[in-house]
Ligand binder design. Structure first.
Ligand code: FCB
Length: 404
């Protein structure tokens, strides 16, 4: 008789959630730099964000979905360009909008995890030079203070800047994000430094705000593997993308790890995917085990508690999403068992949404969204993930095997 493997049990206080970002779901963020970037005649973005998921109006339905899945937390972001559409002109009404979302989450038993910058900046800020402007850190911190004045008491966990390394790399190295500059790695490095300073100033602003909540930044990480001769290229990439941040976060309360895949390096540099590996529509290798490698490295380098603030997969085959999440949670369980201090996991994403340069062509959601009626329909993966979260247990045989 075959016996089922022991179920994997997660700690009782482990936080289960799902994440979104304002520009990817709200719609109509006309005052942001991304809106300008998407709508330029020669834009490289697949399609503009337009109405997105209309979550600016439908946020209550979104919170209902998160609660009905049995999760305990919702990570969302504040759109700076709504709060400060013109330099120095702050909107009390927009701040109240986000306060209502925090309160709405709490009313449904969900802990609000608030991100203050998720890739988008106001147009006026971009015109001043964005995170190349010497006053950028201070201006960002000023906006953060204004928001936290009223939201502070409601916040469960604050993320200052989402993936600053991606803002710098995609904006100045790869050119897929505003301002669309390619191969200027000096600027990538200096924008990284300014973003880090903006983070530090935001931490101070949040510590001076009402409320008591852990504060950290969320970093894009990947399992980075050097093949023969690829060590130097791997180390350079790791320094520019990860270590220059990880070394400087000791005074934070946690670090948010966000990971989707692994990358290989050979003597020629980064080699996307290896022949024969399974890949996803993002062009990433299907590699849920990236969770343990990234979490281990973030913990070892920072000594901070970890929250996996994003992990997931783009696929139109929802069984494949279940397979990915199953693999990722097993990977997460292995690091927990090693004693690494991981406090929570947030699946990216609640909704199929605007995936930046890819437009609506990627499907990361646990819930699909009709593009003209905005009707939300949970997928089987929402049930799967919700039932793991509710029972804090992952049973059955692994659905993903490395050789498959
Ligand atoms: C991360 C971003 C998030 C989403 C996922 C797929 O880099 O933080 O907004 O685009 O990737």
């Amino acid at each position: 008789m075959s016996t089922s493997p022991e179920p994997l049990v997660f700690p009782p206080d482990f936080l289960w959630g799902t994440a979104t970002a304002a520009h990817q779901i709200e719609g109509g963020n006309i005052n942001s730099d991304w809106w300008v970037f998407e709508n330029k005649g020669d834009s490289s973005v697949a399609e503009p964000s337009g109405d997105a998921c209309d979550s600016y109006n439908r946020w209550e339905a979104d919170l209902d979905l998160v609660a009905s899945m049995g999760l305990q937390s919702y990570r969302f972001s504040i759109e700076w360009s709504r709060i400060e559409p013109e330099e120095g002109r702050y909107s009390f009404a927009e701040r109240d909008h986000y306060l209502q979302i925090c309160k709405g989450a709490r009313a449904r038993g969900l802990l609000p995890v608030v991100t203050f910058h998720h890739f988008t900046s106001p147009r006026w800020f971009a015109e001043r030079g964005g995170f190349e402007w010497s006053e950028a850190p201070e201006r960002f911190a000023r906006y953060v203070s204004f928001v936290a004045e009223t939201l502070g008491p409601e916040i469960a966990l604050a993320c200052t800047i989402n993936e600053p390394n991606i803002v710098a790399f995609m904006g100045y190295g790869f050119g897929a994000f505003p301002p669309g500059i390619v191969n200027d790695f000096e600027r990538v490095r200096s924008v990284n430094a300014t973003l880090l300073e903006a983070h530090h100033q935001a931490v101070t602003a949040l510590r001076n705000a009402p409320g008591v909540f852990p504060i950290g930044l969320t970093l894009s990480m990947a399992e980075l593997i050097a093949l023969d001769g690829g060590e130097e290229a791997r180390d350079d990439f790791q320094e520019m993308m990860e270590d220059c941040y990880l070394r400087e976060l000791q005074d934070d309360d946690f670090i948010g790890v966000q990971c989707y895949t692994r990358f290989f390096f050979n003597h020629g540099g980064l080699s996307l995917g290896s022949p024969g590996t399974r890949s996803t529509p993002m062009g990433y290798e299907f590699w849920p085990n990236c969770v343990e490698a990234t979490v281990r490295r973030a913990a070892a380098m920072t000594g901070l508690p970890i929250v996996v603030t994003e992990n997931g997969v783009s696929t139109t085959n929802d069984q494949e999403r279940i397979e990915y999440l199953d693999g990722a949670l097993r990977s997460l369980h292995r690091v927990l068992r090693e004693g690494v201090d991981v406090r929570g996991y947030f699946c990216w994403s609640l909704l199929d949404n605007f995936e930046w340069a890819f437009g609506y062509q990627q499907h990361f959601g646990l819930v699909s969204v009709d593009r003209s009626t905005f009707v939300r329909t949970p997928k089987p993966s929402a049930d799967f993930y919700g039932s793991v979260a509710k029972s804090r247990t992952l049973g059955g045989a692994p659905r993903w095997r490395e050789s498959s």
